[in-house]
Design a binder for this molecule. Structure first.
Ligand code: GUN
Length: 146
């Protein structure tokens, strides 16, 4: 069993110190929801930008590389790549954390339109959406037996 949260082993560790409900996903997400705001932000910031620097450098976790590839993000045209860089930068400048969406449940066009749309949200709303999307990422990783 490898880590199911990006660079955030504290969530599984904290869940392991509590009684299990029998629903691992629910137990993990309870830890996330009860975490303080700095911990929530650290969790969101542990995620790489889509088609971002880590993807170019080849420093993504294996799970993240596979997730990005499943949405077609490893096969971008130069124009699409530019659009990701521009939207990633605008999003980070506005909210102070990277854009997170469950890449495996979305395709390239859907991700780009969500980025544009979510740029109009408020910060609290975006924190809640990012945490919910991380819940989906983790649900799929648990289903894969990771
Ligand atoms: N950053 C934004 N979306 C994702 C995703 O689905 N997986 C990972 N690992 N990082 C992301």
């Amino acid at each position: 069993m490898t880590a199911v949260f990006e660079h955030s082993p504290w969530i599984e560790e904290r869940a392991d110190g509590r009684p299990s409900s029998g629903d691992r996903h629910a137990d993990l997400m309870a830890v996330v929801h009860e975490a303080d705001i700095d911990e929530k932000l650290a969790l969101i910031r542990a995620h790489p930008e889509l088609a971002g620097k880590a993807a170019i450098d080849g420093t993504l976790t294996a799970a993240s590389a596979a997730e990005q590839a499943s949405a077609g993000l490893d096969r971008l045209t130069p124009a699409e790549f530019e659009e990701f860089q521009t939207l990633n930068a605008s999003y980070r400048a506005r909210f102070g954390f990277p854009f997170v969406i469950c890449a495996r449940l979305n395709n390239k066009a859907g991700i780009l339109s969500s980025m544009r749309e979510r740029l109009g949200n408020g910060r609290e709303q975006e924190i809640a959406i990012a945490i919910a999307q991380i819940g989906e990422i983790v649900r799929l990783r648990l289903e894969d037996g990771q």
